[in-house]
Design a protein around this ligand. Structure first.
Ligand code: PHE
Length: 346
């Protein structure tokens, strides 16, 4: 057989081989890969082309034409195959049916934690009365937590607080009252702040947790009276509980106020019902919500305020207790356990 005839036959068989190779392919990547195996630099057709040089010059024309024909055929076959794929995909897309009656997928939405809600709401109510927000560190100095609040080192109030000591002079603050000191150290009267925040004490039972939140209030100005304190707290209780509840003061002792008092409010639980069976106030119709009083001149001396010129009131209330009273939560631990069955109710 003449050499040229042989090349043409090999060319024919390569073409058949290529058709067979791409027939079953169904993705662009493998089709392009097949094309490269034949038409690439080291592809089968390209390698065969190298034989051209060895052919008798009078045959080269015919053989050259045969090469071009096969190359075009391969390129066309690839284009056709790719077009088929596009058509098939479009057809499949059109044929797809969507069942619009299927139930949708539910995405659960998170929400603000109950305690944060109370925190925000309390701040908002006091803000309506013109109080600004003040914050302080949770790791506090002995000076801000006690000394400047007229609670000297040997004072029994330090045991009363059951404080976590981190060092001799560093504590986890047992109340938000140090924010009073920090605020007064940094600004002159008038001062009108509320300070919400986490506090720590070695307490642990259904109504006490070693970490809990308080909101502190402080108002200092030229003529501040106990009746102003009463007005502010009464407004707060009525706004927060949404009922015309009354408050009362029971004389009590906090070294940094004089006079000092415990704040009681009427039990929001049994006010419209039968107090004798109320588990919240245990039949007394009153519940304690915090401490308060008129700022002691000794505290003013620590922050260099003139106690002849200025008077002030301060209060501190636990925030957990407020939500417990409003929503009937009966164990403070629910706030911190992260149980979604509890949290989702609020
Ligand atoms: N800091 C006190 C406590 O945690 C509460 C309080 C605040 C009392 C302000 C009087 C004035 O018990």
């Amino acid at each position: 057989m003449p050499q040229s005839q042989e090349v043409i036959e090999q060319l024919e068989s390569l073409r058949g081989e290529f058709d067979a190779l791409i027939a079953p392919l169904t993705d662009e990547q493998s089709i392009r890969h097949a094309q490269a195996q034949f038409m690439g630099k080291k592809g089968k057709v390209s390698l065969l082309m190298k034989q051209m040089g060895k052919l008798p010059p009078e045959d080269r024309r015919t053989v050259g034409a045969a090469f071009n024909q096969v190359k075009t055929a391969i390129v066309d076959a690839v284009a056709q195959k790719l077009d088929d794929l596009v058509q098939a995909a479009a057809a499949a897309d059109l044929a797809r049916t969507v069942d619009v009656s299927l139930p949708g997928r539910e995405y659960r939405q998170g929400h603000v934690h109950l305690l944060t809600q109370v925190w925000n709401e309390a701040v908002e109510i006091f803000a309506e009365l013109g109080f600004e927000i003040a914050l302080g560190p949770q790791i506090e100095t002995d000076f801000h937590s006690f000394e400047a609040l007229a609670i000297p080192k040997d004072h029994p109030a330090r045991d009363m607080q059951d404080t976590f000591y981190i060092g001799d002079d560093i504590v986890l603050r047992p109340h938000t009252s140090p924010v009073q000191i920090r605020t007064m150290q940094n600004q002159q009267p008038p001062v009108k702040i509320v300070a919400p925040g986490f506090v720590y004490r070695r307490d642990d039972d259904p109504t006490h947790s070693p970490m809990f939140t308080q909101i502190e209030g402080l108002l200092v100005d030229e003529v501040v009276r106990f009746s102003d304190l009463k007005g502010v707290l009464l407004h707060y209780v009525r706004r927060y509980f949404g009922k015309a509840l009354d408050i009362r003061f029971r004389p009590s002792y906090f070294p940094f106020v004089e006079p000092g008092a415990e704040i009681d409010m009427q039990c929001s639980f049994c006010i419209d019902g039968d107090p004798s069976v109320c588990r919240v106030c245990k039949g007394t119709t009153w519940v304690e919500i915090g401490g308060c009083g008129m700022v002691d001149p000794d505290v003013f001396a620590h922050v260099k305020y003139d106690s002849e010129k200025y008077t002030g009131f301060a209060f501190g209330m636990g925030l957990e207790r407020q939500a417990m009273l409003r929503h009937g939560v009966n164990d403070i631990k629910y706030y911190y356990e992260g149980d979604l069955r509890f949290l989702r109710q609020f």
